[in-house]
Structures are given as structure tokens and as C-alpha cells.
Design a binder for this molecule. Structure first.
Ligand SMILES: Nc1ncnc2c1ncn2[C@@H]1O[C@H](COP(=O)(O)OP(=O)(O)OP(=O)(O)O)[C@@H](O)[C@H]1O
Ligand SMILES: [Mg+2]
Length: 259
């Protein structure tokens, strides 16, 4: 166990090397229970790679990743989902030909697979019914229930982003990783998303770790911010500290702010 039970996610001296490219170079960071923490930095800084190291898509070349005090390094993405980490992707990844309902239901299946209930058909049936009820309930909570029979790809972009977050919530995560949730959104949509992130943190008792380029969103709701540049952590602190950090301004905030 970790000496600090409030510590949900910890990366310790993580290195991720791809051939000659060191995408992550000695990255240490943590996310505490209930926090909203942002990871920012220029394009190619290694932010998505950091998420891939947390979620088991990559196994770090060296260093450690732990969740609730236990190492998750080397575990598969499915195992990590079941432990309670969910994510969304920089480019929306929905089952585009399936309905809104089925996109969420499949996430429930992923979470439940291989559990004791799969032992008998009868219990499988009960389990399936429970998952369908939970899916309906989650869609209602998210205001997406009227759209349950719509094909995912037919939804407007903002709703697809919302559905992707709902699908992540379906696995009942304790830690939610959002990779550029506001990408492609206009200022009004971005503001709605900003409020929405705080709302789901409170409603579902989550810790949230997000990558974002929209600085208004990041500065409004992040309790702490980490700044990556060329795979290295160049700053960490509160929004005020980050906004006045000369190295950050030089590397990032002073440059062109792409959205
Ligand atoms: N599987 C891989 N093989 C080789 N290089 C990789 C791989 N994945 C990432 N990289 C490299 O690692 C570096 C960091 O990429 P990453 O996608 O993590 O950046 P990012 O900070 O998420 O950027 P963006 O803001 O554009 O999304 C880049 O140079 C990228 O080309
Ligand atoms: Mg990225």
C-alpha cells in the first residue's frame, strides 16, 4: 500500500523509449483522490504517450505506474479498466455503426467479463438485464436517453464527445483520463464541457486527469497542472503558478495556442 491513501495515480520516473525517440523522459507525477489535474504541453510533448503508459497500451521502458498504491505496470488495458481507470481518446473512438445504447452497454460488458456471474446461463441472463438497466440509468443521468437508438456516427460532434465520456463512465471508474476532450469545440461548447467535467467529478466521485490545449478550460477547473515539453516535466503547480512561470510561457503559453 502507498503511504498516502489519498494518492490515486502515481507515475514514478517513467521513461518511454520508441527506438531513438524518448517520448517520455523521467516523468513523475501524481493525482489525488477527487482532484482535477491537467497535463499540458506543446504538440508531440508526450502527453498521449503518458496516458498510454497509464492505461496499459504501452509498458514503460522504465519507471513505475501505480493506482491506489498498487503497481499496474505491465497489466493489460482490460485489466486496468476493471481496476477502475477509464479514458477517452484524442480522436473519438466510438463503435460508429452501433447505437448510443449499445456503445454504453458494450463498455459494461467489458467491465463484467470473466466475473463469477458468467458461470451459469441463468445468472448471465440476470447479469445482462442488470447491465441493460444500468445502461439506461446512466443514459438518463447524462441526458442521452432519448438518443439511445440513434447510430453513434449520426450524432453531432459534441454529442459524440459526450457519448464517449458516458461510455467511459459505464465502467464505473475511479479515475477518468480525458485526452483533449474539448478538441474541435467552439468557445460555448468548451464552457459547457468545463462545467460538465466538474459536475461528473462530483456526481461520480471521480479523480480526473486531463490533457487539454484550451487554456481557459484548464485554468478554470484544474487544481494542479503538469507541463510537459519534449517528454520532460518542465513545471508543475497551481493555475496561477503555471500562468506566471517563465519557462512555461516560453515553451507553450506564449506560442500559438492551437485548439
Ligand atoms: N508508438 C510510437 N512509436 C514511435 N513514436 C511514437 C509512438 N507513440 C508516440 N510516439 C512519439 O512520441 C512523441 C510524443 O507523442 P504524443 O502523441 O505522446 O504527443 P502529445 O503530447 O500527445 O501531442 P499532441 O498534442 O499532438 O497530441 C512524438 O514524437 C511521437 O511521434
Ligand atoms: Mg496527444
Amino acid at each position: 500500500m502507498s503511504d498516502n491513501i489519498q494518492n490515486v495515480l502515481q507515475m514514478q520516473n517513467v521513461v518511454m523509449q520508441f527506438g531513438g525517440v524518448r517520448a517520455i523522459d523521467d516523468l513523475s507525477l501524481d493525482v489525488n483522490k477527487g482532484e482535477i489535474v491537467a497535463l499540458i504541453g506543446p504538440n508531440g510533448a508526450g502527453k498521449t504517450t503518458a496516458f498510454n503508459c497509464i492505461t496499459g497500451i504501452y509498458t514503460p521502458t522504465s519507471g513505475g505506474v501505480s493506482f491506489n498504491g498498487s503497481s499496474i505496470k505491465g497489466k493489460s488495458p482490460d485489466e486496468i479498466t476493471k481496476l477502475g481507470i477509464a479514458r477517452t481518446f484524442q480522436n473519438i473512438r466510438l463503435f460508429s455503426n452501433l447505437t448510443v445504447f449499445d456503445n454504453v452497454l458494450i463498455a459494461k460488458h467489458l467491465r463484467a467479463r470473466d466475473n463469477v456471474f458468467s458461470a451459469t446461463l441463468r445468472l448471465n441472463f440476470a447479469e445482462e438485464r442488470r447491465m441493460r438497466e444500468e445502461t439506461a440509468e446512466l443514459l438518463k443521468e447524462q441526458g442521452l436517453y432519448e438518443l439511445k437508438d440513434e447510430i453513434a456516427s449520426s450524432l453531432p460532434y459534441g454529442l459524440q464527445r459526450h457519448l464517449e465520456i458516458a461510455r467511459a463512465l459505464a465502467t464505473q471508474p475511479k479515475l477518468l483520463l480525458l485526452d483533449e476532450p474539448a478538441a474541435g469545440m467552439n468557445p460555448q461548447e468548451t464552457q459547457e464541457l468545463t462545467d460538465f467535467i466538474v459536475k461528473i467529478r462530483d456526481q461520480y466521485d471521480l479523480s480526473i486527469f486531463m490533457i487539454e490545449h484550451h487554456m481557459d478550460l484548464v485554468m478554470q477547473i484544474s487544481e494542479r497542472i503538469y507541463v510537459l515539453n519534449f517528454g520532460k516535466l518542465i513545471a508543475q503547480g497551481t493555475p496561477d503558478e503555471i500562468q506566471s512561470n517563465p519557462e512555461v510561457i516560453e515553451a507553450y503559453l506564449g506560442g500559438s495556442e492551437d485548439a
